[in-house]
Design a protein around this ligand. Structure first.
Ligand SMILES: [Zn+2]
Length: 466
């Protein structure tokens, strides 16, 4: 394939491949792209003579990923991560839609002013499309639903301390008030599910381990599964009593799956996601002082990890999103290795697809599964499915070419996100994004001869909810 010749095809062209994933499965097909959307889908061969064609050959053609959990700390903490760097990382990783979290920027996205500040920060900087998540905090709990009308895709709250003073966690009473307000407008609420009381009790019970701030075991014991179990239970009960739609972000404790199963039996609108790091790493393998692996809730035992994979396969965990949450190298305490002081968060936006494919293929799951977990289900969660999350007639032409057989070595210095630190440093991952297409236009290509290249000015836009 000649990338140079077909980088800027006309606005009306045919994109085809031997392995194109549509809701009907993987088959040789063409997509007729017109004005940035998929106008028609047909057999591989049925392309009119002389029409412009971009041929993916044997690369797998997938819908662009939708990552509904990304922290872009711009404005205010853009030295942690900004729109330009995060969305370049997204484009290189095959993510064509990101949903930005409402905390860590200053101001937080908890008011109309906060939303407007976000919009100014992302203008002309975004390489992929950006949806915004608003924040539910004590100050706006009673009327948080009003903010949904401004075009946000979802809301997020914390049940335990957030780590930043601009964004306070809610009590169970404030959670109920917020969910009532969000139920009235049918907005989904993402919840960081750990409760403060079990966290405090666990920290008190640490004993001598508390004296070793570099100990991973101490960090793990200080964030027990019981804190997640109790929080997920509270969210399920509050979703039931208020009629709100709730979504558990970054589920780590497999023990909380029981609450999800019960909620399903009771028809409670409760979904959950997990993240690449919980599916990849195991606490037994994390050395003391390795604060690149710090996140909350924490990475747990190998046995727990395998239960999360099981839950994904049977559907009680619906999706995998990165929770890309970088900070400066100083804040990650990579020098001192102090888990009590390091910022919690793992940078993986550019690597998510390869990480999940590496683990999924080793466990007998398919690319159809991976696309469901990383594109379809996140798009459904935030009401974008049909426009995003699938290659179907009428959908936006957000498309990636993926080489599932290629492998590569992770070198943080070659990644696009701002601070070159990642827990995946030095790992070999399987699967490489060869091309990313946004609204019909190629924005990123990578191949062994040409290396990685971004094309054109940033053309991502704010995905305002209709
Ligand atoms: Zn997060």
């Amino acid at each position: 394939m000649n990338f140079d010749a077909d980088l800027r095809p006309p606005t009306d062209y045919f994109l085809r491949g031997r392995r194109v994933l549509t809701p009907e499965g993987i088959a040789p097909r063409h997509l007729h792209i017109r004005a940035g959307k998929i106008a028609a889908i047909g057999p591989y061969e049925a392309v009119p003579a002389g029409a412009p064609v971009v041929d993916a050959g044997d690369l797998v053609v997938l819908p662009g990923l939708v990552d509904t959990h990304v922290h872009i700390n711009d404005p205010g903490r853009a030295d942690w991560e900004g729109f330009a760097t995060a969305t370049r990382a997204a484009a290189a990783g095959g993510v064509t839609t990101v949903v930005d979290m409402p905390l860590n920027a200053i101001p937080a996205t908890t008011t109309l002013e906060g939303l407007q500040a976000k919009l100014r920060a992302l203008e002309e900087k975004a390489f992929v499309n950006v949806g915004l998540c608003g924040g539910l905090v004590p100050e706006n709990a009673a009327n948080v639903g009003d903010l949904y009308r401004e075009g946000l895709l979802a809301f997020k709250c914390f049940l335990a301390e957030t780590g930043v003073k601009e964004f306070t966690h809610v009590s169970d009473r404030e959670l109920a008030a917020g969910m009532k307000s969000l139920a009235a407008v049918n907005a989904p609420l993402f919840v960081h599910a750990e409760l403060p009381e079990p966290l405090e009790a666990a920290e008190k019970a640490l004993g001598p381990l508390a004296l070793d701030p570099r100990s991973y075991d101490a960090w793990l014991l200080a964030r027990p599964k019981s804190a997640e179990d109790a929080a997920v239970d509270l969210v399920a009960k509050t979703a039931k009593s208020t009629g709100a739609r709730a979504h558990i972000v970054h589920l780590s404790a497999s023990s909380a799956l029981e609450v999800l199963w019960r909620a399903k039996d009771e028809n409670i609108a409760l979904t959950a996601e997990t993240c690449p790091h919980y599916l990849t790493f195991a606490s037994e393998e994390i050395a003391d002082g390795q604060t690149a692996f710090k996140c909350a809730p924490p990475i747990r035992e190998a046995e727990n990890r395998e239960k999360l994979w099981g839950a994904l396969k049977e559907g009680s965990i619906a999706q995998v999103v990165t929770d890309h949450s970088p900070a400066t190298i100083e804040l990650k305490c990579s020098g001192s290795g102090d888990f009590t002081k390091a910022w919690g968060g793992i940078a993986s936006l550019q690597l998510g697809l390869a990480i999940v494919w590496t683990g999924a293929s080793a466990r007998g799951a398919s690319l159809v599964d991976v696309a469901r977990w990383m594109s379809e289900m996140p798009a459904r969660l935030v009401g974008l499915y049909g426009q995003k999350g699938c290659l179907a007639v009428g959908a936006d032409a957000d498309v990636i070419f993926f080489d599932p057989e290629a492998d590569f070595f992770v070198d943080a210095n070659t990644l696009e996100h701002k601070n070159k630190i990642t827990a995946y440093q030095g790992r070999t991952l399987k699967g490489r994004v060869a091309r990313t297409i946004l609204g019909g236009q190629t924005i990123f290509t990578a191949d062994s001869a040409l290396g990685a290249t971004f094309h054109g000015a940033p053309q991502g836009r704010w995905l305002r909810r209709n």
